[in-house]
Design a protein around this ligand. Structure first.
Ligand SMILES: Nc1ncnc2c1ncn2[C@@H]1O[C@H](COP(=O)(O)OP(=O)(O)O)[C@@H](O)[C@H]1O
Ligand SMILES: [Mg+2]
Length: 488
């Protein structure tokens, strides 16, 4: 909350508080006046005093209703209105106080000290200059009453019993009371406004400290976030490294058996072709023939499907092994070719042409894209992976895919962005998307290695893959790579 509205809030609270004090003052004063008149027998005009109190009651009610209406309307902060209200409250109070002082003894009145009370109130609500004006107005009003009474222009209502008669006409009394009153008033104003000013200064410092703290904690939060991202990236790198070691071994071990499974599968298929006529003959002779506990007709119908399933499974294992081998061999290739990413995008689109023709593809390549240093075929693999994922996420019916290349000269980076209007990526998936073997397409044959490999390739080029997506609203993958030579 800025300092101005803090001031406004404080004014609002104090103005409400003064309305409450005025209720108490009017009630107490009325009771005291009735008591002084009827029990103590003091000789002041009761009815005019009660009228003055009633008048205070009226304007206090008006302020009360005004404040309540503002609260109900939830009116926004308005410092100017608050200050006008503060002035009105103080001015009306001063007028009524002067009237009460006149009715209750003039220069002899013990209520003269109430002016001091208003000086204090003024210091809380107004600026130093304004309080000084309040002090001067108090002095003028008070002097006017005393002078008019002295000159006989106003009647003097002595508090019979408290003061000697005629004191209001004694110049010495007037001088002493006047001097004492002026000094006290000025001293009160100086003291209270100094205290209030120093309080405001403290408040300003507090606000400044609070703002500084806010900025610091934002910076801390940002640093924390950067640290978390760095940590995640380290964990990822670690996982990739161990996967690299593991996969080299696994790929080698699995590769040989899978090759002979695939080779033998072909032999098995051909063997079945030859065996079926013989089995048909046997079945004709023995209609109850069963093979592997299956009735022969059912076996004959199913065996082709079983062999196809096995061949499909073996092919999938072979693909995964191929991915793993590529992954393990990552470090072997040259990373120093001069690469035009636009050319790579075009060749990836050509390679995938057969599948992509079912989608609306938008290509937006920056002709000024600087070349980078790297390994063209691996970067092509990244782009193909991303395009395949985009196709799989959208489905050909109404699927839209955009591919764009751009340069960020200030950051010294080029990027290839692949966007789709597919099902998008949830926060949960986002957290694990680059993890090895993480896939949401296990039924459709996903290996969960595409993005792991892509990320590793981006990293070995000194780059990264950024991802923007929300569940249900498509996704954008940015392959971001550094430009080696300084850009002009
Ligand atoms: N464009 C995309 N839109 C939505 N999800 C995606 C997209 N690309 C990747 N994914 C999610 O990331 C997972 C991992 O992708 P990837 O590593 O290529 O493995 P795979 O494609 O074999 O599942 C996918 O299973 C999919 O859930
Ligand atoms: Mg994939």
């Amino acid at each position: 909350m800025p300092y101005r509205s803090l001031r406004e809030e404080e004014l609002r609270l104090r103005l409400g508080w003064f309305v409450k004090i005025r209720w108490i003052f009017v009630a107490g004063f009325s009771a005291a006046a009735l008591f002084a008149r009827s029990v103590l027998g003091l000789g002041f005009p009761l009815v005019p005093v009660l009228c003055a109190l009633a008048s205070i009651l009226v304007y206090n009610t008006a302020f009360f209703l005004y404040q309540r209406a503002r609260r109900r309307r939830r009116a926004g902060p308005n410092l100017v209105r608050r200050r006008v209200e503060a002035h009105l409250q103080i001015d009306l109070d001063l007028l009524h106080l002067t009237a009460l002082i006149h009715l209750l003894g003039g220069v002899e009145s013990p209520f003269l000290s109430f002016y001091l009370f208003h000086a204090i109130i003024g210091s809380m609500l107004l600026s130093r200059l304004e309080v000084l004006v309040v002090g001067v107005v108090s002095l003028l009003l008070c002097s006017a009453v005393v002078t008019f009474e002295y000159l006989g222009l106003l009647p003097h209502h002595g508090l019979v019993g408290l003061f000697a008669a005629g004191a209001h006409r004694d110049p010495l009394v007037l001088l002493v009371v006047g001097c004492a009153f002026t000094v006290m008033l000025l001293a009160t104003i100086a003291m209270s406004s100094t205290i209030v000013a120093s309080l405001h200064q403290r408040e300003k410092e507090l606000v400044a400290v609070r703002e500084a703290l806010g900025t610091k904690s934002e910076a801390l939060e940002r640093a924390n976030q950067a640290l978390r991202e760095h940590q995640e990236s380290m964990i990822r790198t670690e996982k990739l490294a161990s996967l690299g070691e593991l996969s080299a071994g696994i790929a080698h071990e699995i590769n040989n058996p899978i090759q002979f499974i695939q080779g033998n599968m072909q032999i098995l298929r051909e063997a079945m072709q030859d065996l079926l006529p013989i089995l048909d003959g046997a079945h004709r002779e023995n209609s109850a023939l069963t093979i592997a506990r299956l009735d022969y007709p059912f076996f004959k119908q199913q065996i082709g499907v079983l062999i196809d399933d096995m061949a499909g499974g073996a092919a999938r294992i072979r693909d995964i092994v191929k991915d793993l081998k590529t992954f393990a061999r990552r470090d072997e290739g040259r990373l120093s070719e001069d690469v035009d990413l636009n050319e790579i995008v075009r060749s990836s689109l050509r390679l995938l042409h057969n599948r992509l023709k079912h989608y609306q593809v938008r290509e937006e390549l920056d002709p000024e894209l600087p070349h980078i240093e790297g390994n063209a075929s691996r970067l092509e693999q990244v782009i193909i992976n991303t395009l395949v994922n985009a196709m799989e996420a959208t489905g050909s019916d109404g699927g839209r895919i955009g591919i764009r290349s751009s340069v960020e000269r200030e950051a010294g980076e080029v990027r290839v962005s692949v966007a789709d209007n597919g099902h998008g990526i949830s926060e949960e998936v986002k957290r694990r998307i680059f993890d090895p073997f993480f896939t949401t397409k296990s039924r459709a044959g996903g290996s969960g290695l595409g993005l792991t490999i892509s990320y590793a390739i981006a990293q070995e080029h000194g780059g990264r893959i950024d991802l923007e997506s929300e569940q249900g609203s498509g996704a954008i993958f940015h392959l971001v790579l550094p430009v080696k030579r300084a850009l002009t």
